[in-house]
Design a binder for this molecule. Sequence first.
Ligand code: SF4
Ligand code: SF4
Length: 264
Amino acid sequence: MQPRSRRPKLAVWKFASCDGCQLTLLDCEDELLAVAGQVEIAHFLEATKAVVAGPYDVSLVEGSITTADDAARIRAIRRQSRRLIAIGACANWGGIQALRNMADVDAYMAQVYAHPEYIDTLETSTAIADHVPVDFELRGCPIDKHQLLEVIGALLAGRRPAIPHHSVCVECKRRGTPCVMVAHGIPCLGPVTQAGCGAICPAYGRGCYGCFGPMEAAHPAALTGELAALGVDAPAQHRLFQTFNAAAPAFQAAAYPEPAEGRR
Ligand code: SF4
Ligand code: SF4
């Protein structure tokens, strides 16, 4: 273990999110002890009330920007952070709460809250990179703990994280999982979704629903014909692409093949 004063300072921050990505860090169990030996956990309210003042060497940011206060707070965090990593679907694309971006947020609030007049929110849920420069975006809903440890380790070693940008299909092939679309006729977003989870869902006989978001140069339009051939009609395809990464442009384009009225 490095002496406390020489250890890089790690901070973990939360915005609009479910805390699942922060829990992934806590779920690292044994590895977390090794990480804690290499860094000073300076701000991680999910784990400890003790807070060490900035600046911070690495900030992990979970969640999306949904209020004016959020927008000011992320700028302050960026000023205090040498490296800033956005973790998870909310931080990278606005999360499932970004469904509001394609709808009327006031109508949503009226459906959910008895007194929507008390709610202070922006009309959109946006990614961290829409507000401040981000050094790395780690995908997933939630993120994968092995990828998280790889990113933290790489930053501490001063190298680029070795995170793949290919599709989930490649992970199916690597683990020897028969394709659920070809073998069982189950709709799957694996061909357009970024790898990283180890193709968990197909390994358990269900289709990927895209929680890692679109892969680099994803082309969902090439997949929608295959989905239709499996009986997934247009409304069902819309729902398939409009989940945790609803605001990712590639998934939006697949969900809204024609411009939708009122869509921003
Ligand atoms: S099951 Fe899905 S992710 Fe796996 S190879 Fe088939 S289409 Fe790709
Ligand atoms: S297979 Fe798809 S939906 Fe399942 S965990 Fe992986 S990326 Fe997420």
